[in-house]
Design a protein around this ligand. Sequence first.
Ligand code: G3P
Length: 325
Amino acid sequence: MKIVLFIIIFVLLILGIYFGYYLINPSQKGKTILDNLNIPHPTVIAHRGASTIAPESTRPAYIKAVQLGADYIEADIHRTSDGKIVVIHDSTLKRTSDIENIYPDRVNKHISNFTYEELLKLDFGSWFNKKYPKKADESFIGLDIIRLEELIEIVEQSKKSTGIVLDIKDIRYYPNIEDDIIKILKKKGWYKDYEDNIDSSDHTSKVLIFSFNLNTLKNFKDLAPNIPRVLLLSNNMMDWQKWDRWLEAADGNVNGLGIKGFISWPWHVAAAHKRDLFVYPYVINEIWQLQILAQIETSGYITNRPHRVVEFLEKLPTLIELEIE
Ligand code: G3P
């Protein structure tokens, strides 16, 4: 019995020393990696907009996130059956719209089956008022889905230097969506090819491409190599052994990794930095998480509460002005 206790204490001690070493000596290379890409460090990314204040992925959520000082607003990207690029997280419309009233027999249909005109008949705000009565606002009733062009215009109208993160979803439903996205970015003046002689003040790093799908990221690398790319890893894509394999797959294809918060072990971050990959954990909403991750030196935070992160980082002291709790 004594031997077992001794072994347990010994193992815990070794783990404590290992963890302690990385906490005291975190890899600080993340800042250099981001500086080279002209991305603010640490980066505050508003996940689906300020999505605890207003209905996710809608105009008010993005306007609020821009006002609050997020460096980037994050938008999940899908394509309608008539080829419009729209912003919504889920593959179906039932969670964040009133589809049950408008198209009751199509509730479980994938969003790619709907035309843009059909989507415009749906209300993307009222669900939020029902779910969060304390945060409800009349102006959320009847909110429209937004197109990628409108997302860009929200930033342009704000006159802020906020960037956009495009998280490319469900790629198997959307052949060549990469081309469509780059065309829109070019048309809006948010992407220029190398040969256009971009300079560091240009919009290049105002767009980041995220995806769980490495193939689509490789397609973006071929099409638009100077837009930074982030490979997202979910819980089930990760275990203790898989980290090295993901780093190998990412190396040369993407610039960073987006990982579930609790797998942001400091030695994972350090190993990524060694390969010139930055690391963004998601979804980070609590102060205690920020405290740990700041110590580990992750390169930024993907958050539903950009106001909290901005305040934590002391990036913008105007929260009282904006009446945000
Ligand atoms: O964009 C990063 C993170 O948001 C991925 O998770 O579920 O929002 O797509 P999810």
